[in-house]
Design a protein around this ligand. Structure first.
Ligand code: A2P
Length: 341
């Protein structure tokens, strides 16, 4: 890669935006000029990139002129409003919000699973990054789907507070500290206390009784795997963990597949690391996945209650592979395959 690119990070001061800056540096993305965008409140703050202090600027309609790639993580409303504005100025948007994911003219991409879908960016100039819980699930399941055909997925998640953003990280820290000091914990972000608790509630409730987060896992998985026939049901839970989502996944396949075959398949799958040696107490854990880019899979075993059933435990850093790394990987595909001439 010899060409370099003007890159903007919208939401640069947030939990994901900050990690995007780190990923661009860690992965040595060919950045010519990096523009850091946030609210007016943050304008003038300095953030480090490759040993330099770069100023944060206020995000406005004219922010994207001359920018090649814009990585957005400033929330759905900002993406809805500014992604088309950026695209009009010739900036290709890689969007972390849910705003564009299910738009039929916007590709929804996990580079290990459907890298060729990036080509569709030319329709609107926007590429969507899937929901964090969906990304780690499809990284682990796509190889099984290809080999044995997945008929049905039952997933329950254990999601870290960092998925809600910086304020939620502070809330878990402050509530924990308050409780351990026998003080009354303050609630600002979640409707209930998150410290020492689990909330079966992520994103808004729908009339069906499911939450939006649960339906994101259903709809986005079908779009990424290009298969509407898979039956999927999800229960998403917020747990008092700072980083990394964990998922208990049960799949039923069309063709029989043994746990050993799944293990071998996943050992050779891109972006996956199998950690599965119960005799040594080895299995994926949130604390080990934090700060890493791989999706960790373990507890691979047969579900003996159905003919072709497999159970898995899947853990990944929701801010890295679940958001920032996936977005930067998409930018790498753009840079290598579409913008290098
Ligand atoms: P700011 O820090 O100036 O509020 P998180 O997901 O961790 O809460 O971060 C959200 C990110 O999105 C932050 O960088 C925040 O900037 C940015 N953001 C939120 N609202 C806007 C807005 N209206 N315009 C620009 N950036 C925004």
């Amino acid at each position: 890669m010899s060409k370099s690119f003007n890159v903007a990070v919208a939401g640069a001061t947030g939990a994901v935006g900050n990690q995007v800056i780190t990923c661009l540096e860690d992965r040595d993305f060919p950045v010519k000029n990096l523009k850091l965008l946030a609210t007016r409140r943050s304008a003038g703050r300095k953030l480090r990139f490759k040993g330099e202090e770069l100023p944060v600027e206020e995000l406005t309609e004219s922010s994207f002129k001359g920018v090649d790639i814009g990585i957005f993580s400033a929330g759905g409303a900002i993406s809805e409003k500014y992604a088309p504005v950026a695209a009009k100025d010739g900036c290709i948007v890689v969007d972390n919000s849910a705003a564009w994911r299910m738009n039929p003219d916007v590709p929804l991409v996990v580079p290990e699973v459907n890298p060729d879908a990036v080509a569709k960016y030319s329709d609107k100039g926007i590429i969507a990054n899937p929901n964090c819980s969906t990304i780690q699930m499809v990284v682990a399941l796509a190889p099984i789907h290809k080999e044995a055909g997945i008929k049905r997925i039952v997933v329950s998640t254990y999601q870290a507070v960092s998925g809600t953003g910086k304020k939620a990280i502070d809330e878990l820290y402050n509530q924990t500290k308050a409780i351990l000091n026998s003080l009354e914990p303050e609630k600002k972000v979640y409707p209930h206390r998150i410290a020492f608790n689990c909330l079966p509630h992520i994103d808004a409730f729908l009339e069906s009784g499911y939450t939006k987060e649960e339906m994101k896992m259903v709809d986005e998985t079908k779009k990424i795997l290009e298969d509407d026939s898979i039956g999927i049901t999800a229960t998403t839970i917020r747990v008092p963990v700072f980083f990394s989502h964990s998922e208990s996944i049960n799949v039923e396949t069309d063709r029989p597949i043994t746990p050993d075959e799944v293990r071998t398949l996943l050992e050779n799958a891109p972006g996956v690391k199998v950690v599965d040696d119960p005799s040594k107490n080895l299995y994926p854990m949130a604390i080990d996945a934090a700060g890493r880019d791989e999706t960790f899979v373990g507890r691979i075993r047969a579900d003996e209650s159905v003919p072709n059933g497999i159970n898995l435990w899947v853990v990944s850093d929701n801010i890295r592979k679940g958001a920032a790394t996936n977005a930067v990987q998409i930018a790498e595909i753009l840079a290598q395959d579409y913008l290098s001439n």
